[in-house]
Write a protein that binds this ligand. Structure first.
Ligand code: GLP
Length: 271
């Protein structure tokens, strides 16, 4: 279990897990505990491969333990501009297929930023309004791009930014080409929650697996806080847990300390 902390207590920790299944179990347990206290929990939903183990662990717990998720709300991080919502690579489709259906969430309670051209000029403001009406995200799941992006906040994004249109970095387009028939098909623009939006979440769980994330993770956790590595903004948040496998954590200079702190965490620190 990821330690519970009192409402105002600060927490920043790196947990080195054996692999994605252990990370999925830890994050799912934290979410399910929060759900016991707040049936209409607001989840911040990331796409990509990193949060997959969390979704699959949640889906099986919900199914096996008959957990009521009918009031759970969800806000996705981002969406491509110009893809039809039913395009299989759109984040509307992805969130529906990978989160809403397996977890059995009410689709009307899950919001993805709108990326269609006719609505994109006010998509950011609309999304922020709905998010603030919800009372804000309770637990935000995050992955990290190989260039240090979170959501689709590419290097150079304002650390105070709110939901808005961004231009995708070429590296991100290359990384995400695997979801499209050809690299040219990857959209050039997106609507993404801003870094300021993400930092308003009450709790953040960032997941990173594999050697391709090692550099981005070390910059995010131990580098200077800089818009050149948008994920480094997590250092400003009071309640962050990073769940990483050894490969992703391999460039962390304080690796021994994180491992020792986690292994020897006393019960009283788990409050
Ligand atoms: C995409 C998403 C991000 C995600 C990142 C990493 O660009 N917009 O939210 O964190 O990819 O994806 P993955 O977890 O598949 O490595």
């Amino acid at each position: 279990m990821i330690p519970r902390v009192k409402e105002r207590a600060a927490l920043a920790q790196v947990v080195v897990v054996e692999g994605p299944p252990e990370a999925g179990a830890l994050a799912a347990e934290t979410i399910l505990l929060a759900l016991q206290v707040k049936p209409n929990l607001v989840l911040g939903l990331a796409t990509g491969s990193s949060p997959q183990p969390v979704y699959s662990e949640l889906a099986s717990s919900i199914r096996n333990q008959h957990i009521d998720v009918s009031h759970v709300r969800g806000f996705a991080l981002d969406e491509y501009v110009g893809l039809s919502p039913d395009h299989p690579a759109s984040y509307h489709s992805t969130i529906h297929r990978e989160v809403v259906v397996p977890l059995g969430l009410d689709p009307d309670l899950v919001l993805v930023p709108r990326g269609n051209i006719t609505e994109v000029s006010h998509a950011g403001e609309d999304f922020e309004e709905r998010l603030s009406q919800s009372g804000g995200v309770d637990i935000q799941l995050l992955g990290v791009g190989s260039n240090g992006h979170v959501g689709f906040n590419e290097p150079g994004s304002s650390l105070a930014s709110l939901t808005r249109v961004k231009t995708l970095a070429e590296q991100t387009r290359r990384d995400n080409a695997r979801f499209f028939d050809s690299p040219e098909e990857v959209p050039t623009h997106c609507v993404t929650q801003g870094i300021g939006t993400i930092l308003r979440a009450k709790r953040i769980i960032l997941l990173a697996f594999g050697a391709s994330k090692a550099q981005a993770l070390s910059r995010a956790v131990e580098g200077p806080i800089t818009s050149s590595c948008p994920a480094s903004a997590i250092q400003l948040h009071p309640r962050v847990t990073v769940l990483a496998d050894l490969e992703a954590a391999s460039q962390l200079t304080q690796l021994d300390y994180y491992q020792r702190a986690w292994r020897s965490k006393p019960e009283w620190q788990r409050l």
